[in-house]
Design a protein around this ligand. Sequence first.
Ligand code: QAP
Ligand code: CO
Length: 168
Amino acid sequence: MALLPILEFPDPRLRTIAEPVDQVDDDIRTLIDDMFETMYAAPGIGLAATQVNVHKQVVVMDISEEQDDPLVFINPKVTVLADDTLPYDEGCLSVPGFYETVDRPASIQVEALDRHGEAFTLEPDGLLAVCIQHELDHLNGKLFVDYISTMKRNRIRKKLEKVHRQRA
Ligand code: QAP
Ligand code: CO
């Protein structure tokens, strides 16, 4: 197992479009295990491979209080089922310390492969629905800060750039 470094906004590598996984093999399962270790250590509730600079369509998630309900989504596809939306105060391991309200579709269906390459379908609601859409955005190079005003996004960018300078 390994802790992986997490890319932070405004790192341009977070804008990379992830490739589909063509074979769910042991290398992918090792990536998944390392992503869970990294997410649980943070701690976080969701992590996309993009955030650890691996540009494959792999997402791990666990929204349970006890961190005992790991979910894996490989090559996920989201279908919007209805036009109702849910506002949620979102954060992101790649935008540490900042939270903003984002509106997303509330009723969705998700199709994906699990860690054995088996297809499954979910109709999540609430936080799970929000989190899956947030993580799928990462695979498409998109961040939650893209949904807020340019002024707010630039303020966050400047503050994080300052943190990164002071770290260096
Ligand atoms: C995505 O986010 C998410 O700012 C997952 O300092 C979050 O795990 C989707 C985290 C909320 C929907 C709603 C954030 C940890 C973790 C921080 C996370 C921080 C430390 C964020
Ligand atoms: Co995120």
